[in-house]
Design a protein around this ligand. Sequence first.
Ligand code: ADP
Ligand code: ASP
Ligand code: MG
Length: 607
Amino acid sequence: MALIVQKYGGSSVGSVERIQAVAQRVDKTVKAGNSVVVVVSAMGKTTDGLVKLANGISKNPNRREMDMLLSTGEQVTIALLSMALQEIGQAAISMTGAQVGIVTEAEHTRARILHIETERLMRQIEAGKVVVVAGFQGISSTEELEITTLGRGGSDTSAVALAAAIGADFCEIYTDVPGILTTDPRLVPEAQLMTEITCDEMLELASLGAKVLHPRAVEIARNYGVPLVVRSSWTEQPGTWVTTPHTRERTACSSAPLSLVNLELARPVDAVEFDSDQAKVSLLRVPDKPGVAARLFGEISRQNVDVDLIIQSIHEGNSNDIAFTVNTPILKRAEAVAAAIAPALRNQPNSDEAEVIIEKDTAKVSIAGAGMIGRPGVAAKMFATLADAGVNIQMISTSEVKVSCLVDAVDCDRAIVALCRGFEITASSTSLTPPAANSPAVRGVALDMNQARLAIRQLPDIPGMAGRLFGLLAEHNISIDMIIQSQRCRVVDGIPRRDIAFTVARMDAENAQAKLQQVAAQIGWGEVVLDSAIAKVSIVGSGMVGQPGIAAKMFEALAEHQINIQMIATSEIKISCVVAQEEGVKALQVIHAAFDLAGSEKFVVPV
Ligand code: ADP
Ligand code: ASP
Ligand code: MG
């Protein structure tokens, strides 16, 4: 007999008939000898409807009242599902987040779970009942009883957190697709179902726009080793398992087994990693037109040069800078390829375009941890910590769960000591989990159409600037993503300066721009430029580690369809490109096709 948490999303409980079908499935699971806790979302598009109502009254509704409103959606479903279960002879009881005791931070509309009281719920289970819990909601404390919500899509997080708290054998997420597919089947009907995916890959995919799972749910599954499966509530197909590779051994500095107190506030960073043997190759002033990155990285991959980080940022005028890092032993080869291809990238034969610059003796230091998702202060703290240690940052590249900075090799040890101290990590590590032998280079492709790009021109290139900039955004609770610091350095008023660009959620963009403009005017930064019409398309796969040519293939697919790449950022297991918003869906489709991810069956939206 197993203890199982089942979560049913909005479309799975979208009508009376659907709720009855869910009751049948739950009943069947109980009859097979299991104990079941069910977590449900609001019916269909109820939450969207409630948001619309609020917006009809206020452009900026009070967050506490918003929680009061949105939490009602799930309350409808728990009562109806309990009735449906009782109707077929299965004892059941519904419970709100407050009744269970799902205690969260007092942050309305985006609260993180602190702990879950399990006593009352387990008593009902022991009495033979199915407990039906309202997803997405909690309370700020058992005295205040202030209702909080976890953020849109948060019922997945409620379910996995409950599974961790009660020590469930596994957690099943029932939804309207047969499991996790290579990409969103609504945009690419040939998307193929996976039988499994690692937590690390899923974390990236979920954070990069694959809304099939809430990233925080994946984070909890990974941290607490909760076996997690995504399945269709319409069929009996086995679905997709999200696997947790013995996480705790990942690095020498992993933390001790996590306690269930401060469940979602576990330390934001669980590893400081470094590679002290890197060199950077930059191509400055390459023309801003489709195909440039593809030609460069195509040639690099034909010469079998394995690149690590790749970044490309934007500039005034019509040129970009592209930089990548390689391990020092292959620098000579990388440099030769870059020098050989540079003339072919120029618009004008003898111009100063595509100048190749090599920087040896650099080191990459990274902080890694799923706890940094949605916590804007973490990257800012890394930059400030490096600044305090007198370490200048040459290049920044981020993923959702990692921030990497390229620094002078002589500063590497100092940087590691400072970061380990700052983030309370006891030892640093050079190791990365080696991918399993059969890991595909590209597991999935994701599209995020809800981002905007901000760029700040001419930021002084001195320690502390990135810390100040991102610290300011963190103070206003604005999460940043994909930070890219340009390679081009210009001296203005006697101070070397670089541009820095990053993406933020579109709804935060104007606020972020306004806050930055105020500071820019005071302390002499350049213009703060906003572009809301962007899309971010990403590939994720742990098998891309050490496999040259993956980036080139992605860039080539875009070039072939005349899609211009505005920004590039990579981590070991993902590559993201920013493109124009109107080209986002097309970009997703051509990349999905380029990696042969399509299956023979087409996805049909359930009714
Ligand atoms: P629920 O209401 O069950 O929580 P969601 O709408 O939040 O469901 O998530 C399921 C949806 O996620 C699917 O209908 C699909 O359109 C979308 N999706 C995006 N990326 C993927 C992917 N890689 N695999 C499966 N579904 C995806
Ligand atoms: N009902 C909430 C939403 O629509 C939570 C969820 O479904 O996960 O965002
Ligand atoms: Mg969902």
